[in-house]
Design a protein around this ligand. Structure first.
Ligand code: ATP
Length: 455
């Protein structure tokens, strides 16, 4: 049976992963609220990223910078000024589109680095159509700034105009010297950050794939010029392996290296990791060797010396940077799509199961008393485990139904407390994927479950 976005969205809404935003007021288009299961799940995704990129890394440290920044930072980054999105309107139905997205979605070509004229010519020559009405009749491209504006202070005058950040990266660059000085790190080292970003996207959609408010997980890895391509390749492998180690199948991702012509003028190399969503290939992770572009921009605009003194060579230089940038919501959606499965057990019985890696599952286990007479003892098992993991408890309905409810939300272990448990101090552990059962001592459950959370 087919994996469709409709089924995944329905499961998300029905079980409390993701609700439409502001629903009781008729919603606010393309906003989504993570429910009780969704918040656990997305936190686990972020924790798994932090574990690999900060905790287990020999090189990296973390940061949590402010969303609001001095507007000069956005002049330096290029977000205020010439650099913005290429928009065109459909002359037939008056809908607005991003030219680069139309090209990518309909032809698979990546137009990064193309001029507006090249995009317009390409759209005409290839007969790229309006997704709304199917015609090929567009206006010229006009540039549009995607940043959300707001005002700081009580008066709404232009002087106090500030922006919500469209990426987390700049908070890292402006803190480069603070971090290097206070941690006394030597190159190479990386700085990792997870946080909200905002872009006034013209065509949000595909559920949580593209929204105007989203979360990013970004790293800026600073290294000596000349060593950047080696580190680029190192982090590209690390990123790919992180996805595979958490259950993404190799055949569902592809690494797309940008061609020389496609590269931004400051980039030495760029690779996108794409994932096969039910609606087609979509970018998950943008990995770029950005050279010294960002730090140099901030040096020019702030007039501060953001360079590095290398004690090994007694030289001063501006580090190069490798940036892997990942959307938390987007990769969470990819994990959900990968995990969704409908298993045909017999002619009239299909089992919906989310085969999430246990590290990502909202609940690590669910405690089920076989009979309500055993509630008290089963609750004690719950209390014990909840000191270590997020666990669920369910005593409503038949055991079979309760197993299926947990399968559907990806709980890797169901722990049934029965009348024998009172005597032998064991529960029956039922595995989500194999449905096999074994008796395990209650005292060993923490260890039993912990082992399975490794990735
Ligand atoms: P796209 O081409 O999909 O708009 P992008 O190339 O503009 O993405 P980057 O600026 O490289 O994206 O951002 C890095 C990552 O942040 C993306 O790979 C994606 O995972 C995530 N991301 C970017 N924009 C959004 C969005 N509007 N909604 C959700 N995630 C996003």
């Amino acid at each position: 049976s087919e994996k469709t976005m409709d089924k995944i969205v329905a499961l998300c809404k029905g079980r409390g992963f993701v609700y439409p935003g502001s629903e009781i007021y008729g919603g606010l288009s393309n906003t989504w609220d993570y429910g009780p299961l969704g918040v656990e799940f997305k936190n686990n995704v972020k924790k798994a990223w932090w574990q690999k990129f900060v905790q287990e890394s020999r090189y990296n440290v973390g940061l949590d910078a402010a969303i609001l920044m001095n507007p000069q930072a956005w002049v330096a980054s290029g977000h205020v000024g010439g650099f913005s999105d290429p928009l065109m309107d459909c002359k037939e139905c008056k809908t607005r589109h991003r030219a680069d997205q139309l090209i990518e979605d309909q032809t698979g070509e990546n137009p990064a680095g193309w001029s507006d004229q090249q995009m317009m010519d390409f759209i005409r020559d290839k007969g790229v159509t309006c997704p709304n009405c199917g015609k090929t009749n567009f206006t010229e491209i006009r540039k549009f700034n995607l940043m959300f504006k707001t005002y700081q202070g009580v008066t709404e005058d232009a002087k106090n105009e500030i922006y919500l950040r469209p990426e987390t990266a700049q908070g890292i660059f402006v803190n480069f010297s603070n971090i290097q000085r206070t941690t006394r790190k030597k190159l190479p080292f990386g700085v990792c950050q997870i946080g909200k970003s905002f872009r006034n996207e013209i065509t949000p959609g595909n559920f949580t794939f593209r929204t105007r408010e989203f979360e990013q997980m970004e790293m800026e890895f600073f290294c000596k010029p000349g060593t950047d391509l080696e580190w680029f390749s190192y982090w590209k492998d690390t990123c790919k392996n992180w996805l595979l180690s958490l259950g993404i199948k190799e055949e569902n991702i592809k690494l797309r290296d940008h061609e020389q012509e496609e590269l931004s003028h400051y980039s030495n190399a760029t690779t996108d990791i794409e994932f096969m969503f039910p609606f087609g290939w979509g970018e998950l992770w943008g990995i770029a060797d950005r050279t010294d572009f960002d730090l140099k921009q901030h040096i020019t605009h702030s007039t501060k010396g953001l360079d590095y003194f290398d004690p090994e060579t007694n030289e001063r230089y501006v580090p190069y940077v490798v940036e892997p940038s990942l959307g938390a919501d987007r990769v969470a959606l990819a994990f959900l799509c990968e995990a969704y499965d409908e298993e045909q057990l017999d002619e009239k019985d299909t089992r919906v199961v989310l085969r999430l890696h246990p590290a990502l599952a909202p609940f690590k286990a669910c405690v089920l008393p076989l009979s309500k007479k055993l509630s008290e003892q089963a609750q004690e098992v719950y209390d014990k485990l909840s000191k270590y993991f997020r666990v669920d408890y369910d005593e409503a309905g038949s055991i079979g139904k309760r197993y299926r409810r947990q399968d559907e939300i990806g709980t890797p272990f169901c722990l049934t407390y029965d009348f024998d448990s009172v005597e032998d101090g064991c529960v029956t552990v039922r595995d989500r994927d194999t449905m096999e059962q074994e008796r395990v001592k209650i005292d060993e459950l923490v260890h039993y479950i912990s082992k399975r959370l490794k990735f």
